[in-house]
Design a binder for this molecule. Structure first.
Ligand code: TEU
Ligand code: CA
Length: 540
């Protein structure tokens, strides 16, 4: 059975940084509505909206205090209803961010739960007694420090796998699960296009055994959720699952299991960190390993699941800075990443600003850093004796603020993002990198994305074609074919900043679909690839 989310491209918006409409320096829903024509021009079919619910913004909306109210800074429920309606007029669905591994500590449920051990909402969260006067076990938060916070009033600890203000929900509690499903149906009834599910692999956790991802009840919970909410509707449900492997991905996305449409897996996104370290412990990317990861996922899911394809999101550094070149080869490297990704099998996701090649933004001091994950790591590593320069080097390479600098619309003050003071500094390269200039330049990265998105709509080979890797190429070159009903497309991408030579005599080029060096002849039999050169051709 074919689904709409298999033939379209999803655009992720981080609302805080997309477009401010009232001059308070914070993006908002009316700002997004004002940019829907731009997104329609890009050609995307759905928007994954990072959380817009009421939140104290300890983790910029991923700490929710009311799932059925809109964050004050972003607007109100009428704005939300208007966004859904205005997007629908442009054949764009709105996919909401479902954050149900935890709430904010200001959520009414937690306010009640903290009132005492016998409170009816106590068991909506995970509490544990001290062990020998200390934390119940060695579980650690993703945002540094222990995952256990002591509650003086009750003498117990509560679990928070993220910030102290993000207490984990207790999914073993059926009443809690039903409350989540009721909230999901509230949003489904509003006509949304689906859900992106925040750290959904954690909801089966067994804290007393220090089990967090992939707990034994995880898939039963997802099947129960499917049945109780989106199961009989054609919605996109994409789980964020940092621990997924192709085997476990089949459990989430095999249609016969009635769980999710697909998952985000991050194997490729962890190749530039020490295997036994944290994201901050940097190692150079080995392109050979990157290719192996892509080929594994393209070939092992088979028809028992569906891939998501992405380079960027609101947690990841900008790909052109991370694995490409954000200097003079910025545009060709950005186009190369787009071509290499969009011709693979699966649903591509474009993160705001990726389509114009936005880059990381270097910071030099703690007071320029907003993100709780980076700030907590800064303090933890400073206390552990790390040099400030090393800490800043890690944050400049992998910090999440890199993805959260305001969208760069034009050359006016603050890149047209706000008439006020932006909540996070705009990248000073906005006079060179912005939507206005990109739309005026037929050779811009924007038009590469627009072309790739348009091709997917009218070429079944791009959606359904069988993927086959081409092994006889240099380590820095990723090459593959897609085959469908007698047609064969060949994609070549040089991931290196240096030239590379390929010799693929077995193919005859019958048409050039797209290339990032438009004046280069494509010979295949004996060809030198320029740095970051990429193309897709029809071959016989
Ligand atoms: O991210 C899950 C998560 O584990 C990331 O925070 C990751 O550990 C880190 O960013 C390394 O890249 C999701 C959301 O995407 C993130 O924005 C939230 O902070 C987090 O969950 C808690 O809700
Ligand atoms: Ca605003």
């Amino acid at each position: 059975m074919q689904h709409w989310w298999q033939t379209t491209v999803i655009y992720q918006i981080y609302p805080r940084s997309f477009q401010d409409s009232n001059g308070d320096g914070i993006g908002d829903l009316q700002g997004i509505i004002s940019r829907l024509d731009y997104l329609q021009k890009l050609g995307i079919g759905a928007i994954w909206l990072s959380p817009v619910y009421q939140s104290p913004n300890d983790d910029n909306g991923y700490d929710i205090s009311d799932y059925q109210a809109i964050m004050t800074e972003f607007g109100n429920m009428q704005d939300m209803d208007r966004l859904i309606a205005e997007a629908k007029k442009r054949d764009i669905r709105i996919v909401m961010d479902l954050v149900v591994n935890h709430t904010s500590d200001e959520h009414a449920w937690f306010v009640e739960a903290k009132k005492g051990k016998d409170n009816p909402k106590r068991d909506y969260y995970v509490w544990a007694d001290p062990v020998d006067g200390h934390e119940p076990n060695a579980l650690r938060s993703s945002f540094s420090g222990s995952a256990w916070q002591f509650d003086e009033a009750s003498g117990q600890y509560y679990l928070h796998l993220f910030s102290k203000k993000q207490p984990d929900l207790n999914w073993t509690n059926p009443e809690l699960r039903q409350a989540v499903y009721q909230m999901m149906n509230f949003w489904i009834d509003k006509g949304i296009g689906g859900f992106r599910m925040d750290v959904i692999d954690l909801i089966g956790k067994i804290p007393e055994q220090a089990i967090t991802g992939n707990g034994p009840q995880l898939h039963p919970y997802l099947q129960e959720m499917n049945q109780a909410t989106f199961g009989d509707k054609d919605l996109l449900t994409v789980g964020e699952t940092w621990s997924a492997t192709p085997e476990s991905a089949k459990l989430y996305s095999n249609p016969d299991r009635h769980e999710l449409s697909m998952v985000f897996q991050f194997e490729a996104m962890m190749l530039d960190q020490k295997p036994d370290g944290e994201k901050w412990d940097l190692v150079p990317l080995d392109v050979k390993k990157l290719k192996e990861v892509f080929i594994k996922w393209q070939t092992q899911l088979g028809d028992e699941g569906w891939n998501s394809l992405f380079w960027n999101n609101h947690d990841l550094p900008r790909i052109v800075s991370r694995f490409g070149d954000d200097g003079d080869l910025r545009e060709v490297s950005a186009k190369m990443f787009a071509i290499a990704l969009h011709f693979m099998k699966g649903t591509p996701y474009v993160y705001q600003g990726e389509e114009i090649g936005m880059t990381n933004h270097t910071v030099t001091d703690l007071d320029q850093i907003e993100d709780i994950e980076s700030r907590n790591m800064y303090q933890e590593r400073l206390a552990a004796g790390y040099a400030v320069d090393d800490i800043l080097q890690s944050i400049n390479a992998k910090g999440r603020d890199n993805a959260r600098t305001p969208m760069q619309w034009d050359e006016s003050a603050n890149a047209g993002f706000t008439t006020g003071t932006p909540w996070l500094a705009v990248n000073p390269n906005y006079p060179v990198i912005n939507v206005h200039d990109a739309l005026a330049d037929p050779e811009s990265i924007f038009y590469t994305y627009q072309q790739l998105i348009a091709m997917r709509k009218v070429n079944p080979i791009m959606v359904w074609g069988e993927f086959s890797a081409i092994e006889a190429v240099p380590d820095q070159v990723f090459a593959y074919t897609r085959q469908w009903e007698g047609k064969k497309w060949l994609v070549v991408a040089n991931f290196g900043k240096t030239e590379a030579h390929i010799a693929l005599p077995g193919y005859t080029v019958s048409d050039v679909l797209i290339q990032n060096y438009p004046d280069h002849a494509i010979t295949l039999a004996d060809q030198t690839l320029a740095p970051f050169e990429a193309f897709a051709v029809v071959v016989a």
